[in-house]
Design a protein around this ligand. Structure first.
Ligand code: F6P
Length: 362
């Protein structure tokens, strides 16, 4: 199929590598297809509200190294539930037909949707209504089914690793327990990969509920060996056995109303009370997803964007680009959003970490 015009939008939480995808889509659309690219602003909000900009190769030059997204993003925008003011009140309406009409009026052949599970679910619904969509898997959480790896994850793990390297010196100097809370939502990929790389002594992930007593045992044993500090890495979605995740607040204007956060502070206080060892919590938060992508993520994002354009030219709509091993292949969006990809409790990195003495608090 000949591509004349391509649309692109970035949805959900931002992450390093979004601009690298935009860059390659714009450049390759022109070089390989002679096609123009239009970027929709602020995720699906731009599609509904007809807010967009023409993107030229000059506009995207030098963007591979730049974090965030020049198009803006939103984890609230949803054409099937769009906020509008009616009679002085904000109500939500299904404006998906309106979004599709806006797209068609621009005479575009394909829409590249860059996002995580929430964004790809919406993309799938729009595809079922006839929109020619190709998905690109983005999220620092690495929890999207269908692909071995999402871009952004490697950059987040790098940030966590560097933070843990720094935390070590202050933990050692003060003989403290340092509890480092990392992102990842309901999956423990960031905590696992960052925690192992950064030398965490205890790694707590949602997939393996922990016992406080087991964490305390590690701290006490390490003290017996003369190691008077302990680094605990806790995923924001981790929970004690028989207990619940720590929710910082719930909101009603987002597809995912639950905001996780705060489990690190709770745990640090519990550890100090139980062991008597001075403990502090650090929440790495959005530092993990801001800033420049790693070389790995720049290259992965570039391959994803290029493959998405190829699938568009081949008419493989309703699919998401996926990495399996070293190969790129199209997976149906319906499969990609069917479930979250969680850490198997016997994952090789879990086994290797355990062999090296890391405790998962179980
Ligand atoms: O999905 C990416 C992520 O950074 C999660 O790890 C985290 O729970 C969430 O987004 C936070 O999103 P925000 O602060 O944008 O609502």
């Amino acid at each position: 199929m000949n591509l004349n015009g391509v649309g692109i939008l970035t949805g959900g939480g931002d992450c390093p590598g979004l601009n690298a995808v935009i860059r390659i889509v714009v450049k390759a659309a022109q070089r390989e297809h002679g096609a123009r690219t239009i970027g929709f602003m602020d995720g699906f909000a731009g599609l509904v509200e007809n807010r967009h900009r023409v993107l030229t190769p000059g506009d995207v030059s030098g963007l591979a190294s730049v974090g965030g997204t020049i198009l803006g993003t939103s984890n609230k925008a949803n054409p099937f539930s769009h906020p509008i003011l009616r009679g002085g009140e904000t109500v939500r309406e299904d404006l998906s037909d309106w979004a599709i009409t806006n797209f068609r009026n621009l005479e575009l052949d394909a829409l590249v949707v860059v996002g995580g599970d929430g964004t790809q679910s919406i993309a799938n619904r729009l595809h079922l209504k006839g929109l020619p969509v190709v998905g690109v898997p983005k999220t620092i959480d690495n929890d999207l089914a269908g692909t071995d790896r999402t871009f952004g994850f490697n950059s987040a793990v790098q940030r966590v690793t560097e933070a843990l390297d720094n935390i070590h010196t202050t933990a050692m100097s003060h003989h403290r327990v340092m509890v480092v809370e990392v992102m990842g939502r309901y999956a423990g990929w960031i905590a696992l990969a960052g925690g192992v790389a950064g030398g965490g002594d205890v790694i707590l992930i949602p997939e393996i509920p922990y016992k406080l007593e087991k964490v305390a045992e590690v701290i006490e044993k390490r003290a017996d060996w003369g190691r008077r500090f302990t680094i605990v890495v806790i995923a924001e979605g981790a929970k004690p056995k028989g207990g619940e995740m720590t929710i910082s607040r719930t909101v009603d204007d987002s597809p995912d109303p639950v905001r996780l956060g705060g489990c690190g502070v709770v745990l640090a206080n519990q550890i100090e009370d139980l062991t008597g060892v001075e403990s502090r919590a650090v929440i790495l938060g959005h530092l993990q997803r801001g800033g420049s992508p790693t070389a790995f993520d720049r290259n992965l994002a570039t391959r994803y964007g290029h493959a998405a354009l190829r699938y568009a030219a081949e008419g493989k709509f309703g699919h998401m680009v996926a990495l399996r091993g070293t190969e790129m292949l199209p997976v149906p969006l319906s499969e990609a959003v069917d479930h979250l990809r969680l850490v198997p409790s016997d994952h090789p990195l879990v086994q290797a970490a355990r062999a090296g003495g890391v405790s998962f608090g179980d």
